[in-house]
Design a binder for this molecule. Structure first.
Ligand code: C2O
Ligand code: CU
Ligand code: CU
Length: 490
């Protein structure tokens, strides 16, 4: 294992440990008070789109190599969509038909998965939809779910960590006509701010292949500040890190309102001082600001007690907000967000158990040729997910958004009261989730479920399920060769 220790911080005498490909950093990383917020926060541009003859909104994403000077260690080689690092924000409305032309300008195979999107399995962009170098993959589907902050990223078998870590990721924001969305801050880049948070280990012009890094990038900006001009700002937080879990909050621990999680608005806003996000999870917050103030968004230590396992004691200064001398008043946060489609456990007809341990799920490693679960279309299921391990995991399900029924046998906290597609599992933790598989049967093309700590995912901590018509059998799935790759052009 390669390990480099760097003594930094005349200020705090803090050890920063860059772990390279190492599995654990036991020295604590603490950048509180040490970040020079010298760069304006970059806002990913909204992706351009055209409406084609079939009435579909068409986007183009080109995966390519690039270079970026983050202000750390000179110019760094990166990957990005339509640019050097990360990708544009795709945006579409509920009910719209969309198509994305994914062009692979890399020298190796990749894929693009629409994380959190409810869509046919052949459009999902997982390991069964590889895009060869030079090829274009053009999935098309109808947006059929509530407004939410989703994201996209490669999902090539065994190489997701590498591709995401090098910069291939972006947001996919969905809109709808819910009245609450009209009064919540929604001016993108002004009072509605995407925050893609990633820890990085940069060295000699390369983003190192790492599990945890010592520097934070927000939308690819190192040491960012944001000029605030409104009295409330909506933050769309995405943890797009390889394995690090964060506990975000304002430095003065002021109450903020959690309005949405992975799959959309909560039933009602929840007042919190911190929000924990494990890799892949999103949260939307509305933060109040006072005229003229400067205040830092921080990541507090996500785990209390014990040694610094998986960065559980690390803390970071993330972003500085600089409020103008006069702030424009923007929309209030309603007391409740309207009807919430609560799934009823009494309607569930199937129970399944998933045991997370090491890099296995139910003692098995991912096999592209094996179907682990066959789900009948139209059923509601309850899945019990147990982390029997001493290390942290999480659990992500493709195809559907789910609801959390219990955490360690107890009613979940209000912050877990909405739609989720990824849920954190601390050591020895247990969550029960309820899922409804309303449509998109395809016996031959599976969806994935997996741990979203990307090194675990790449190491095989993943399984596959197909959704079939009632009474139908699972079909024949292949590996990444020999089956339908979707529409390939070019
Ligand atoms: Cu965000 Cu299967 O992935
Ligand atoms: Cu996903
Ligand atoms: Cu894991």
């Amino acid at each position: 294992m390669r390990r480099r220790s760097v003594l930094t911080g005349v200020l705090g005498g803090t050890f920063l440990v860059a772990t390279g490909t190492g599995l654990s950093a036991c020295a604590t990383i603490d950048t509180v008070g040490q970040v020079d917020f010298a760069r304006p926060l970059l806002i990913p541009p909204l992706a351009e789109s055209q409406i084609d003859d079939a009435g579909r909104r068409v986007f183009n994403l080109h995966a390519r190599r690039g270079h970026r000077d983050f202000g750390i260690e000179g110019t760094t080689s990166t990957l990005g969509f339509n640019g050097d690092y990360l990708g544009p924000t795709l945006r579409a409305r509920r009910g719209e038909q969309v198509m994305v032309n994914v062009v692979n300008n890399l020298k190796q195979e990749t894929s693009v998965h629409w994380h959190g999107m409810h869509l046919p399995a052949r459009c999902d962009g997982g390991p069964h939809q590889p895009v060869r170098p030079g090829a274009t993959w053009s999935p098309a589907w109808t947006i059929n779910q509530p407004a939410a902050t989703l994201w996209y990223h490669p999902h090539p078998h065994g190489r997701t960590r590498e591709h995401v870590n090098q910069g291939l990721a972006g947001l996919f924001i969905l809109d709808d006509d819910t009245p609450a969305q009209r009064v919540l801050p929604h001016d993108y880049g002004v009072d509605d701010i995407p925050l893609i948070v990633q820890d990085k280990s940069l060295h000699k012009g390369e983003i190192r292949d790492h599990n945890t890094g010592d520097r934070l990038l927000v939308n690819g900006t190192y040491g960012p500040y944001l000029d605030v001009r409104t009295d409330r700002v909506r933050l769309r937080l995405l943890n797009a890190s390889v394995s690090r879990t964060y506990a975000f909050g304002l430095a003065d621990e002021r109450p903020v309102q959690l309005i949405a999680t992975d799959g959309g608005l909560l039933p009602a806003p929840v007042t919190v001082t911190r929000i924990r996000l494990s890799p892949g999870e999103r949260a939307e917050l509305v933060v109040p600001f006072r005229a003229g103030e400067r205040i830092v968004l921080r990541s507090f230590p996500p785990a209390a007690g014990g040694r610094n396992f998986d960065g559980g004691k690390d803390q970071f200064d993330v972003l500085e907000f600089r409020a103008a001398a006069r702030l424009r008043h923007v929309g209030t946060v309603p007391d409740a967000f309207g009807d919430f489609d609560r799934l009823d456990p009494a309607t569930a007809t199937v129970n399944r158990d998933f045991k997370l341990n090491g890099t296995n799920i139910n003692d098995d490693q991912m096999d592209l040729d094996r179907i682990d679960a066959v789900v009948e279309k139209g059923t509601t299921e309850i899945w019990t997910v147990r982390n029997t391990d001493g290390q942290r995991h999480n659990f992500h399900v493709h195809d559907v958004q789910f609801q959390v029924l219990s955490v360690d046998g107890e009613r979940p906290p209000a912050a877990l009261g909405g739609w989720k597609d990824t849920v954190f599992l601390p050591p020895k933790g247990e969550v029960r989730i309820i899922l409804r598989f309303a449509d998109y049967a395809d016996p031959d093309m599976p969806y994935m479920y997996h741990c979203h700590l990307l090194m675990h995912e790449d190491d095989g901590m993943m399984g596959q399920f197909v959704v079939v018509e009632p009474g139908q059998q699972a079909g024949r799935v292949g590996g990444t060769g020999g089956h339908d790759h979707g529409q390939q052009a070019g």
